[in-house]
Design a protein around this ligand. Structure first.
Ligand SMILES: [Zn+2]
Length: 100
């Protein structure tokens, strides 16, 4: 069972949340090509390791936030607000608290 630490409500069971997919995906401009829109809508990273995802506390405060989750171990290495920049994951991890 995954335990997510909502930045507004504290630790809660994953059943209270919904994953909204990859974080930090930039919406293309309106004059972008069809290929560009298709890439934006349908093709996202699916890394083996740390993945940055958007999550919503659907059955709690209803707010969105970002999570750095390892897709292999499901360890959550960072939880941060939607307005914060993406953490450095270049070495395959994020230097933050680990919740399991
Ligand atoms: Zn919450």
């Amino acid at each position: 069972m995954l335990l997510l630490n909502c930045p507004h409500c504290g630790p809660r069971n994953e059943t209270e949340f919904n994953c909204g997919g990859e974080s930090h995906v930039i919406r293309p401009s309106l004059d972008c090509s069809d290929v560009g829109w298709a890439n934006y809508l349908f093709f996202h990273h699916n890394p083996k390791g740390v993945n940055l995802e958007r999550w919503r506390h659907t059955f709690g405060c209803g707010r969105w936030f970002n999570v750095a989750r390892d897709t292999i171990s499901h360890n959550i290495t960072a939880i941060y607000s939607m307005s914060e920049p993406r953490p450095d994951t270049s070495n395959g991890c994020v230097g933050a608290e680990v919740l399991s």
